[in-house]
Ligand binder design. Structure first.
Ligand SMILES: Cc1ncc(COP(=O)(O)O)c(C=O)c1O
Length: 395
């Protein structure tokens, strides 16, 4: 017996439970259609909301930055120095978010796992939303602060937990802005109010709000008009903004503090210049023109209407995130496989542990670069397969 043999047992169990999903290899850029194994598939599962991942101006900016600055940061920014593109990007993000300053990390996950432990530790309490993203959960674990989970969207539960929490230690209330697997929106104004009443720090992860909510896609704080009252806004560049990296925006002193305390900033090299330049260009495009944002919403409303009419359950989404709730894991995997193999629709199954057991779904992500014809193609494929495998009633 080798010391890693147990892994094969785990893989077998995952396969039996329908939780071992093969990862597709793409042979070209992200877009409405993607090429896999030499065939084109309708792409319904990317977070490339605005189509910026393959935007000509964004690619040009990245290529130019590689010409000017090369492909690597060299080392961590506090040791090898910060590239001027990173500095420009931090200024740009702060202005875009109506915040004083920002710090750029190498990803959204690192923004959360780096920032949370810098803010709270032993003796402090984190009030964390039940459906928060894994990167928040990991950030809280790394912090060693006590974690108190409040029920999804339930402000009376949060209030009761806050009022019973005593006065010692710092308090941090942390929530996803838009819930990534469900598409519903956290009641941020109430959260901000509770945080002020109970002397807690408010922290909102806007990964799925950027480029989607607010004026020109500025995100959830702008959507609710609370940018001047949220303490910390965190976000990612890997979804609507089309590239990679993450950030935290807030008061200048917080950002200066994080640059001396956050471990992904201190112990991991900075973004590549091409990525930073791509993000800068994407934000510039979003600022000057909101036609992509409008198209995204138009497309998502159309997709939801057609799927609902077809008889699918789309949960409680208020954003373009479109979860087609199947619940049974094997049926969800089966639906996804059939869509892929017989309909050329790429729509990944989302199963435990990404979502709670028994709530499996296919999460459809319409984007600004889908056409109506693409969305009709997806809905008709769902209807055909849905009937064939017994999710929809046969006519
Ligand atoms: C709510 C939320 N936070 C953070 C992240 C992590 O972002 P990134 O992919 O940039 O690491 C994600 C991405 O899945 C997310 O959905």
């Amino acid at each position: 017996m080798g010391s890693l043999d147990w892994i094969n047992g785990e893989i077998k169990a995952m396969k039996e439970a329908g939780r071992f999903v093969p990862i597709k290899v793409l042979q070209g850029p992200q877009g409405a259609w993607v090429r896999i194994d030499g065939r084109d598939y309708l792409n319904m599962c990317s977070n490339n909301y605005l189509g910026l991942a393959n935007h000509p101006e964004v690619k040009k900016a990245a290529i130019q930055a590689i010409e000017d600055y090369g492909v690597g940061a060299g080392a961590v920014r506090s040791i090898a120095g910060t590239n001027e593109i990173d500095a420009k990007l931090e200024e740009k993000v702060a202005r875009f978010k109506h915040m004083e300053a920002s710090i750029v990390y190498q990803g959204g996950l690192l923004a959360n796992t780096g920032t949370i432990p810098a803010l709270v530790g032993k003796g402090d309490t984190v009030f964390s939303e039940e459906l928060n993203h894994a990167s928040i959960i990991d950030g809280v674990r790394l912090s060693a602060a006590q974690r108190t989970v409040y029920k999804h969207m339930d402000m009376s539960d949060l209030k009761a937990l806050l009022s019973g929490s005593g006065t010692s230690g710092k308090k941090l209330i942390i929530t996803d802005g838009v819930f990534s697997m469900d598409g519903d929106i956290a009641p941020v104004p109430e959260i901000v109010e509770l945080s002020q009443r109970y002397g807690a720090i408010s922290y909102v992860d806007d990964a799925h709000g950027e480029g989607v909510l607010g004026d020109h896609g500025r995100g959830i704080a702008d959507h609710f008009n609370v940018a001047d009252r949220i303490d910390i806004e965190m976000g990612t560049f890997s979804k609507a903004i089309g590239s990679m990296g993450g950030f935290v925006a807030g008061p200048e002193y917080l950002i200066e503090f994080l640059k001396r305390k956050a471990r992904p900033f201190l112990f991991s090299s900075g973004l590549n210049p091409g990525d930073a330049a791509a993000v800068l260009k994407s934000i510039e495009i979003m600022e000057r023109d909101d036609s992509l944002l409008k198209k995204l919403w138009e497309n998502s409303q159309y997709l939801k209407k057609r799927l609902t009419e077809a008889g699918f359950n789309l949960g409680n989404s208020k954003t373009p995130i479109t979860p087609v709730m199947i619940c049974d894991e094997k049926l969800t995997v089966n639906l996804s496989e059939e869509l892929y193999s017989s309909e050329r629709v790429f729509a990944s199954p989302i199963v435990y542990p990404t979502v709670p057991a028994g709530t499996a779904r296919i999460r459809l992500m319409p984007s600004a670069v889908h056409s109506k014809k693409d969305l009709d193609f997806a809905v008709e494929a769902f209807e055909r397969v849905g009937r064939r495998i017994g999710i929809l009633k046969r006519n």
